[in-house]
Design a protein around this ligand. Structure first.
Ligand SMILES: Nc1ncnc2c1ncn2[C@@H]1O[C@H](COP(=O)(O)OP(=O)(O)O)[C@@H](O)[C@H]1O
Ligand SMILES: [Mg+2]
Length: 431
């Protein structure tokens, strides 16, 4: 079992409770030693002289009228043991420390008990007359209910929770903001500069975070620029090669077609490169009809007869349409490429999400390979047989789904073929 609680709130509350409890114990010890004990010493000293007086009376050293007046004014009574029991001696509590003190003052053996109740009494066993009990009235001090201990403990509890709550609030607010920004950064978004507020530690942390976010963003931009630049510079000569090939004479038709096909393939790969780098984050969100975008994607393939659609009408939602189409194109293209037979496209939605499923009837992918194929430039066995591709498709799909705050699942259908499920949030509820 873990003894230290997890949340900051619980830890601070526990700490405060501990400190208050220690404080209480120290207070208790010092009050007992420096206030209560001297107080009782004084009381017992006074009472011991009274007891001495009574003992003198027991030994008939006092005139009767004096002893009677004395008993009347002080309220002190002397009982034999049996009567003392009737008067409540057995309900009284024995006090070791008081007994010792009293014995010292009386210079004789005795016992001291305190009886509590409607009226309170100090019982003292008469020295030299062990069968006689002297009952001295104590000033009635009101017993407090609920007891001080319960009040202390409740106060400690309440104070700790309040203190913990307040301190947590102080800490967690800036932490929450930071946590949110870190998550955004983790998703690949660019969080705005956080305001440096609060305690100096938080200011420094925020400053460090801002710096880091800035650097990452810069790095990302440099990388994108580099890749886009290289891709662009390769594309231009590629177009020239392709154009030049078109002018080859008909006797070289085979060579010409090869060159044209290769050039087109390279062009497609470069396009994937650029798509991978861009991943549509700079594209603005636009209200779109997902059905329309899906339709456009399917139209762009010339294998219409393989599509089987089970679609439901989807509500308008905010998307990055170009990225969305690129994502779906990659999934559908994989399904067409790596399987024969029908490719099923279904859509559905609930209150917060809409879902697109693409399923083929091909060999699928071994379960332990699926995660690997999401990595850039990773291609599977299905792709070895001369199929062209960059190995970037699924990586692009994953990034675009993430940029839409969606969920992606790729698994083998129990009845064969690969099933790709993309769920994206519907706008009103997510943004
Ligand atoms: N529907 C599918 N059926 C079987 N294998 C697939 C399917 N989709 C993807 N794959 C495998 O995953 C690999 C990675 O896909 P992808 O990232 O799109 O790259 P590429 O298609 O350029 O090879 C492919 O090479 C292929 O082996
Ligand atoms: Mg692909």
């Amino acid at each position: 079992m873990r003894l230290v609680p997890k949340s900051i709130f619980a830890r601070i509350a526990l700490l405060i409770a501990g400190l208050l409890l220690i404080n209480q114990i120290i207070t208790y010890i010092s009050v007992t030693n420096y206030v209560i004990r001297p107080h009782w010493q004084q009381i017992l000293r006074v009472m011991s002289t009274q007891v001495k007086f009574v003992v003198m009376d027991l030994e008939n050293e006092l005139p009767d009228d004096v002893s009677e007046t004395y008993m009347q004014t002080t309220g002190i009574r002397v009982y034999p043991y049996a009567v003392a029991v009737q008067q409540g001696l057995l309900q009284a509590r024995y006090y070791q420390s008081l007994t010792q003190l009293m014995a010292r003052y009386l210079e004789a053996k005795t016992d001291v008990l305190i009886q509590e109740g409607d009226s309170q009494y100090l019982w003292v066993r008469a020295p030299k007359h062990p069968d006689k009990w002297i009952r001295l009235p104590l000033a009635n001090f009101q017993r407090n209910y609920p007891s001080p201990l319960i009040i202390y403990l409740t106060a400690i509890g309440i104070l700790s929770v309040l203190g913990g709550w307040f301190l947590t609030l102080l800490i967690s607010k800036p932490l929450k903001k930071l946590q949110f920004a870190v998550r955004e950064l983790g998703r690949g978004d660019v969080p705005g500069q956080l305001k440096e507020t609060g305690a100096s530690e938080f200011r420094e942390l925020t400053r460090a975070f801002n710096q880091m976010a800035h650097n990452i963003h810069q790095l990302e931009e440099d990388r994108a620029l580099l890749l886009a630049g290289v891709s662009h510079d390769i594309r231009t000569p590629l177009t020239r090669i392709r154009l030049a090939a078109e002018f080859l004479p008909d006797e070289l038709k085979d060579v010409r077609d090869d060159i044209v096909r290769d050039a087109e393939e390279m062009n497609a790969i470069i396009e994937q490169f650029i798509a991978f780098v861009r991943e549509g984050r700079e594209e603005p969100w636009i209200w779109c009809q997902p059905d329309q975008l899906i339709h456009q994607v399917l139209e762009s393939f010339n294998e219409h007869d393989r599509f089987v659609q089970h679609t439901r009408k989807l509500a308008k939602t905010k998307l990055r349409p170009l990225a969305f189409k690129r994502m779906l194109t990659n999934v559908v293209q994989n399904a067409l490429r790596y399987s024969d037979g029908p490719v099923e496209i279904s859509t559905d939605h609930d209150k917060h999400w809409f879902t697109i499923e693409v399923r083929d009837h091909g060999p699928g992918v071994p379960d332990d390979q699926i995660e690997r194929l999401f990595q850039p430039f990773q291609r599977g066995n299905t792709a070895r047989s001369g199929q062209t591709g960059s190995g970037l498709g699924l990586a692009i799909v994953r990034r675009i789904v993430a940029a839409h705050h969606g969920k992606l699942s790729v698994r083998n259908h129990p009845l064969g073929g690969l099933l790709v499920t993309i769920s994206l949030p519907l706008s009103n509820h997510s943004r």
